[in-house]
Design a protein. Structure first.
Length: 79
C-alpha cells in the first residue's frame, strides 16, 4: 500500500509511455538499435544458412518417414 506522504512514481520510462506513440522516435530508436547489432560476415552467414537448411531437411524427412510408418501400421491394423 502506498503511503500518503510518498511522491508519485517519477520513473522516466513510465513518463515516456504515457506521452503516446511517436513514429519519428520509433524510427530513430530502431536505427540506433540496428547500429548496435554485430552483423555476421558472408562466410558465417552462408555456413549457418546451410546448417539451418540441413536441419529443416532432416526434420522434414524424419516426419515424412514416421508418417509413412504410421500409415503402414494403420493399414495393417485397420484393414
Amino acid at each position: 500500500m502506498v503511503k500518503k506522504n510518498e511522491p508519485p512514481n517519477t520513473d522516466p520510462a513510465l513518463a515516456k509511455s504515457a506521452s503516446g506513440f511517436n513514429p519519428v522516435q520509433l524510427v530513430q530508436d530502431s536505427k540506433a538499435e540496428l547500429a548496435k547489432v554485430i552483423w555476421p560476415d558472408r562466410k558465417q552467414l552462408i555456413s549457418e544458412s546451410l546448417a539451418v537448411i540441413a536441419m529443416v531437411s532432416l526434420s522434414a524427412t524424419t516426419i515424412y518417414l514416421v508418417n509413412n510408418l504410421f500409415d503402414w501400421a494403420a493399414s495393417k491394423v485397420f484393414v
